[in-house]
Design a protein around this ligand. Sequence first.
Ligand SMILES: [Zn+2]
Length: 237
Amino acid sequence: MTIKKHNKALNFTEKRKRCVFIKKILEDSNNYIGQDNYPNIFNFLVDIFKTYHRDWNDKCKGHPVDRFIVQQASGQHTYCYYLVIGDTKVDIGMKGLRKNSYKDSVRKEDIKAACRSAIKPVIDKFKNQFNYPFECPIMEGEKFGRNDVDVHHFDKDFDTVVLSWINEKNNIDNICKKINDKSDENCDTHFIDEKLINDFIEYHNCNSKLLLLSKKGHKKVHSLNSAALLLIKSTSA
Ligand SMILES: [Zn+2]
Protein backbone atom coordinates (compact mmCIF):
# COMPACT_ATOMS: atom_id res chain seq x y z
CA MET A 1 0.00 0.00 0.00
CA THR A 2 1.48 3.32 -1.00
CA ILE A 3 0.53 6.69 0.35
CA LYS A 4 -0.92 7.71 -3.06
CA LYS A 5 -3.57 5.02 -2.86
CA HIS A 6 -4.97 6.62 0.25
CA ASN A 7 -5.65 9.89 -1.49
CA LYS A 8 -9.17 9.22 -2.60
CA ALA A 9 -12.55 9.78 -1.02
CA LEU A 10 -12.20 8.33 2.43
CA ASN A 11 -15.19 7.06 4.24
CA PHE A 12 -14.47 4.98 7.30
CA THR A 13 -17.28 4.48 9.67
CA GLU A 14 -15.71 2.24 12.26
CA LYS A 15 -13.33 3.69 14.78
CA ARG A 16 -11.18 0.58 14.65
CA LYS A 17 -10.74 0.93 10.88
CA ARG A 18 -9.87 4.61 11.23
CA CYS A 19 -7.10 3.82 13.68
CA VAL A 20 -5.69 1.05 11.48
CA PHE A 21 -5.74 3.40 8.51
CA ILE A 22 -4.02 6.22 10.35
CA LYS A 23 -1.31 3.88 11.55
CA LYS A 24 -0.84 2.68 7.98
CA ILE A 25 -0.27 6.21 6.67
CA LEU A 26 2.08 6.72 9.55
CA GLU A 27 4.19 3.78 8.44
CA ASP A 28 4.03 4.62 4.73
CA SER A 29 5.00 8.23 4.84
CA ASN A 30 8.13 10.02 5.83
CA ASN A 31 6.87 13.23 4.37
CA TYR A 32 4.21 15.77 5.09
CA ILE A 33 0.50 15.62 4.47
CA GLY A 34 -1.09 18.91 3.57
CA GLN A 35 -3.92 20.51 1.63
CA ASP A 36 -1.59 20.83 -1.39
CA ASN A 37 -0.35 17.26 -1.80
CA TYR A 38 -2.97 14.97 -0.26
CA PRO A 39 -6.06 17.11 0.30
CA ASN A 40 -8.41 14.21 1.06
CA ILE A 41 -6.09 12.59 3.56
CA PHE A 42 -5.35 15.98 5.10
CA ASN A 43 -9.05 16.76 5.58
CA PHE A 44 -9.65 13.27 6.86
CA LEU A 45 -6.88 13.59 9.44
CA VAL A 46 -8.05 17.00 10.61
CA ASP A 47 -11.54 15.62 11.00
CA ILE A 48 -10.44 12.50 12.89
CA PHE A 49 -8.00 14.24 15.20
CA LYS A 50 -10.39 17.07 15.91
CA THR A 51 -13.17 14.67 16.80
CA TYR A 52 -11.31 11.90 18.55
CA HIS A 53 -8.06 13.22 19.93
CA ARG A 54 -8.35 14.20 23.55
CA ASP A 55 -5.52 16.78 23.29
CA TRP A 56 -6.55 18.45 20.02
CA ASN A 57 -7.66 21.76 21.55
CA ASP A 58 -4.63 21.90 23.83
CA LYS A 59 -2.26 21.28 20.94
CA CYS A 60 -3.85 23.67 18.40
CA LYS A 61 -5.08 26.37 20.73
CA GLY A 62 -7.60 27.41 18.12
CA HIS A 63 -5.09 27.87 15.27
CA PRO A 64 -5.65 26.12 11.95
CA VAL A 65 -3.25 23.26 11.21
CA ASP A 66 -1.13 23.73 8.06
CA ARG A 67 0.33 20.26 7.73
CA PHE A 68 0.75 16.92 9.35
CA ILE A 69 4.35 15.76 9.39
CA VAL A 70 5.24 12.14 9.85
CA GLN A 71 8.74 11.74 11.21
CA GLN A 72 10.89 9.33 13.09
CA ALA A 73 10.94 10.46 16.68
CA SER A 74 14.43 11.53 17.69
CA GLY A 75 16.43 8.61 19.10
CA GLN A 76 13.64 6.15 18.37
CA HIS A 77 12.66 3.79 15.59
CA THR A 78 8.99 4.65 15.73
CA TYR A 79 7.29 7.24 13.53
CA CYS A 80 5.26 10.07 14.99
CA TYR A 81 2.75 12.59 13.85
CA TYR A 82 3.42 16.28 14.27
CA LEU A 83 1.12 19.17 13.61
CA VAL A 84 2.63 22.13 11.82
CA ILE A 85 0.96 25.35 12.87
CA GLY A 86 2.70 28.37 11.38
CA ASP A 87 6.36 28.07 12.43
CA THR A 88 5.63 25.66 15.23
CA LYS A 89 5.81 21.88 15.21
CA VAL A 90 3.78 20.11 17.88
CA ASP A 91 3.83 16.36 18.43
CA ILE A 92 0.49 14.62 18.62
CA GLY A 93 0.48 11.06 19.94
CA MET A 94 -1.55 8.17 18.59
CA LYS A 95 -2.42 7.14 22.13
CA GLY A 96 -4.88 10.01 22.45
CA LEU A 97 -6.83 8.54 19.52
CA ARG A 98 -7.77 5.27 21.14
CA LYS A 99 -11.26 3.97 20.69
CA ASN A 100 -12.74 5.16 23.92
CA SER A 101 -10.62 8.19 24.54
CA TYR A 102 -12.55 10.62 22.43
CA LYS A 103 -13.49 13.60 24.41
CA ASP A 104 -16.32 13.59 26.87
CA SER A 105 -17.88 16.66 25.31
CA VAL A 106 -18.08 14.92 21.92
CA ARG A 107 -19.55 11.84 23.55
CA LYS A 108 -22.17 13.89 25.36
CA GLU A 109 -23.16 15.57 22.07
CA ASP A 110 -23.65 12.11 20.55
CA ILE A 111 -25.73 10.98 23.51
CA LYS A 112 -27.86 14.13 23.36
CA ALA A 113 -28.56 13.51 19.67
CA ALA A 114 -29.50 9.89 20.37
CA CYS A 115 -31.78 11.02 23.21
CA ARG A 116 -33.50 13.47 20.87
CA SER A 117 -34.19 10.62 18.45
CA ALA A 118 -35.48 8.48 21.33
CA ILE A 119 -38.15 10.98 22.38
CA LYS A 120 -39.26 11.88 18.87
CA PRO A 121 -42.47 9.82 19.23
CA VAL A 122 -43.19 11.52 22.58
CA ILE A 123 -42.75 14.95 21.03
CA ASP A 124 -44.91 14.05 18.03
CA LYS A 125 -47.66 12.74 20.32
CA PHE A 126 -47.50 15.93 22.38
CA LYS A 127 -47.85 18.07 19.25
CA ASN A 128 -50.85 16.02 18.12
CA GLN A 129 -52.85 17.01 21.22
CA PHE A 130 -53.26 20.53 19.93
CA ASN A 131 -55.58 22.06 17.40
CA TYR A 132 -54.09 23.72 14.36
CA PRO A 133 -53.68 26.47 13.38
CA PHE A 134 -52.16 27.03 16.79
CA GLU A 135 -52.09 30.29 18.70
CA CYS A 136 -48.62 30.68 20.20
CA PRO A 137 -48.53 32.30 23.67
CA ILE A 138 -45.38 34.18 22.68
CA MET A 139 -46.42 35.45 19.25
CA GLU A 140 -49.74 37.07 20.01
CA GLY A 141 -52.16 37.40 17.13
CA GLU A 142 -50.30 34.96 14.85
CA LYS A 143 -51.43 31.43 14.05
CA PHE A 144 -49.17 28.52 13.18
CA GLY A 145 -49.49 25.17 11.41
CA ARG A 146 -48.29 21.76 12.68
CA ASN A 147 -44.99 22.15 10.84
CA ASP A 148 -44.25 25.52 12.38
CA VAL A 149 -44.33 24.53 16.03
CA ASP A 150 -41.67 23.36 18.48
CA VAL A 151 -41.88 21.70 21.85
CA HIS A 152 -40.02 23.69 24.48
CA HIS A 153 -38.70 22.09 27.69
CA PHE A 154 -39.13 24.39 30.63
CA ASP A 155 -38.07 24.22 34.28
CA LYS A 156 -35.22 22.02 33.10
CA ASP A 157 -34.08 22.37 29.52
CA PHE A 158 -33.54 19.26 27.43
CA ASP A 159 -29.74 19.25 27.85
CA THR A 160 -30.11 19.32 31.63
CA VAL A 161 -32.46 16.35 31.54
CA VAL A 162 -30.02 14.38 29.37
CA LEU A 163 -27.01 15.22 31.55
CA SER A 164 -28.76 14.22 34.75
CA TRP A 165 -29.85 10.96 33.10
CA ILE A 166 -26.22 10.26 32.11
CA ASN A 167 -25.17 10.94 35.70
CA GLU A 168 -27.82 8.65 37.05
CA LYS A 169 -26.78 5.84 34.70
CA ASN A 170 -23.21 6.42 35.86
CA ASN A 171 -21.70 4.56 32.92
CA ILE A 172 -21.07 6.82 29.95
CA ASP A 173 -18.98 4.15 28.16
CA ASN A 174 -21.85 1.75 28.24
CA ILE A 175 -24.28 4.35 26.87
CA CYS A 176 -21.86 5.24 24.06
CA LYS A 177 -21.55 1.61 23.01
CA LYS A 178 -25.27 1.61 22.32
CA ILE A 179 -25.19 4.48 19.82
CA ASN A 180 -25.35 3.60 16.13
CA ASP A 181 -22.20 3.83 14.05
CA LYS A 182 -22.62 6.94 11.94
CA SER A 183 -21.54 7.10 8.34
CA ASP A 184 -21.54 10.02 5.95
CA GLU A 185 -24.73 8.90 4.23
CA ASN A 186 -26.58 8.41 7.48
CA CYS A 187 -26.16 11.32 9.85
CA ASP A 188 -28.98 10.24 12.13
CA THR A 189 -27.80 9.40 15.65
CA HIS A 190 -29.80 6.95 17.70
CA PHE A 191 -29.57 4.22 20.32
CA ILE A 192 -29.49 0.67 19.03
CA ASP A 193 -30.81 -0.76 22.31
CA GLU A 194 -34.57 -0.79 22.83
CA LYS A 195 -34.21 -1.04 26.61
CA LEU A 196 -32.04 2.06 26.77
CA ILE A 197 -34.48 3.96 24.54
CA ASN A 198 -37.36 3.12 26.87
CA ASP A 199 -35.27 3.95 29.91
CA PHE A 200 -34.55 7.42 28.58
CA ILE A 201 -38.16 8.01 27.51
CA GLU A 202 -39.34 7.12 31.02
CA TYR A 203 -36.75 9.35 32.66
CA HIS A 204 -37.54 12.18 30.26
CA ASN A 205 -41.28 11.96 30.87
CA CYS A 206 -40.83 12.05 34.65
CA ASN A 207 -38.44 14.99 34.54
CA SER A 208 -39.72 17.24 31.78
CA LYS A 209 -42.35 19.88 31.44
CA LEU A 210 -43.32 20.52 27.86
CA LEU A 211 -44.73 23.63 26.30
CA LEU A 212 -45.91 24.03 22.72
CA LEU A 213 -44.61 27.16 21.01
CA SER A 214 -44.36 28.35 17.46
CA LYS A 215 -40.85 27.99 16.04
CA LYS A 216 -40.69 31.75 15.90
CA GLY A 217 -41.77 32.09 19.52
CA HIS A 218 -39.41 29.31 20.61
CA LYS A 219 -36.45 31.17 19.12
CA LYS A 220 -37.57 34.26 20.95
CA VAL A 221 -37.86 32.43 24.26
CA HIS A 222 -34.30 31.12 23.97
CA SER A 223 -32.98 34.59 23.27
CA LEU A 224 -34.66 36.05 26.36
CA ASN A 225 -32.86 36.46 29.64
CA SER A 226 -33.67 34.17 32.55
CA ALA A 227 -35.91 36.71 34.30
CA ALA A 228 -38.19 36.93 31.28
CA LEU A 229 -38.13 33.13 30.98
CA LEU A 230 -39.31 32.78 34.59
CA LEU A 231 -42.25 35.01 33.81
CA ILE A 232 -43.30 32.77 30.91
CA LYS A 233 -42.99 29.69 33.11
CA SER A 234 -45.19 31.14 35.81
CA THR A 235 -47.89 32.30 33.39
CA SER A 236 -48.02 29.01 31.48
CA ALA A 237 -47.96 26.70 34.48
ZN1 LIG B 1 -36.78 25.28 24.18
